[in-house]
Design a protein around this ligand. Structure first.
Ligand code: MN
Length: 328
């Protein structure tokens, strides 16, 4: 997925917990911001990362939640070829199907319960469209910031399918990292966790987690409390590092995404679909995308070509007139 805002804002973190609902144990509820994704009728997505109160959770730096959307109303997902640098994209579906094409030659169908992980590294371009068979689209799109040591690597695309595992009162699909003995096969570049948990009605879980990890819990369906704090629909509950148990419970059952990771510990500059380390980094990426792909100067350049896409690539927005500032 792409950040399709025509005037993407620069984001500077102040690291203060300004959102409502700070619980006794330090849980911070991050509210979603509604953003139209584009397409003929602008499918709405609900963005909980990045935001002022919290810009990253471990390496997780972007989280769009969407659906269930009636595709006959919203037009579905229509995201033409666009570039990425310095990050990995994580596509995770609950319902529907998305066709992925990219400039390293991948052509894949993203389906529920299967992780589609694209490592942009130095540069890649890709497109994402819901398939004609899709009537309801429901899922999440996330980005992982690559650590500095790994951000210039060659791009690649990977699909892995986690085995559903029962952990107490929940079924877990661990698609990144490890939880309660269930390990994902996906390739990531910093200590991370990503999992879908389906909680039974009446479930009370005490998950053993790594104390150096901070966590985020997104509520997709049903009801859930995190450390006793009730999480509203589509909100992301932030739990700071330090604990070695994460307590979750549900009255009527729930579907959640559980994210975690060691705080990134690096300043990043994030604008549109690029992550760099300086304003100049991002400006150079934008310039190359515009010259090589939009102006058609070099189809074999940094961002390559998405073969067989029936449409034109996305031009980059104009950069802000002020310098992009790093954030942590
Ligand atoms: Mn994308």
């Amino acid at each position: 997925m792409s950040n399709l805002e025509r005037r993407p804002a620069e984001l500077v973190a102040d690291c203060e917990a300004t959102s409502r609902g700070v619980g006794a144990d330090g849980v911070v509820l991050l509210e979603p911001r509604d953003v139209p994704l584009g397409g003929p009728r602008a499918m709405p997505v609900h963005r909980t990362l990045p935001q002022r109160a919290k810009s990253t959770i471990g390496g997780w730096c972007f989280l769009d939640h969407y659906g269930p959307d009636d595709v006959s109303v919203t037009g579905g997902m229509r995201v033409p070829p666009h570039p990425h640098t310095g990050l990995q994209t994580v596509s995770w579906l609950f319902q529907g199907e998305i066709e992925h094409r990219d400039s390293v030659g991948s052509h894949a169908l993203v389906r529920p319960g299967e992780l589609n992980l694209m490592t942009a590294g130095h540069g890649i371009s890709h497109s994402e469209d819901s398939t004609p068979e899709t009537t309801v689209l429901h899922g999440a799109q996330l980005w992982l910031a690559l650590p500095d040591a790994w951000r210039e690597q060659d791009p690649f695309f990977e699909r892995t399918v986690p085995i559903p595992t029962r952990i107490g009162g929940a079924v877990a699909r661990v698609f990144i990292g490890e939880l309660a003995g269930a390990s994902a096969q996906s390739t990531v570049f910093s200590p991370l966790l990503g999992a879908q948990l389906d909680l039974d009605a009446g479930a009370t879980l005490e998950l053993e987690v790594r104390p150096e990890f901070e966590h985020g819990i997104l509520l997709d369906l049903g009801d859930v409390t995190v450390e006793g704090v009730e999480v509203p629909h589509r909100h992301l509950a932030y739990v700071p590092a330090g604990g070695d148990l994460l307590r979750l419970s549900s009255v009527g059952g729930a579907r959640i995404l559980l994210l975690g990771g060691e705080p990134l510990g690096e300043q990043i500059v994030m604008w549109w679909n690029f992550i760099g380390r300086s304003h100049e980094d991002v400006a150079a990426s934008r310039e190359q995308w515009q010259n090589e792909v939009i102006e058609g100067a070099d189809a074999s350049g940094r961002f390559g070509t998405v073969a067989d896409y029936p449409g034109s690539p996305l031009p980059a927005p104009v950069m802000p007139t002020v310098r992009l500032k790093p954030r942590q």
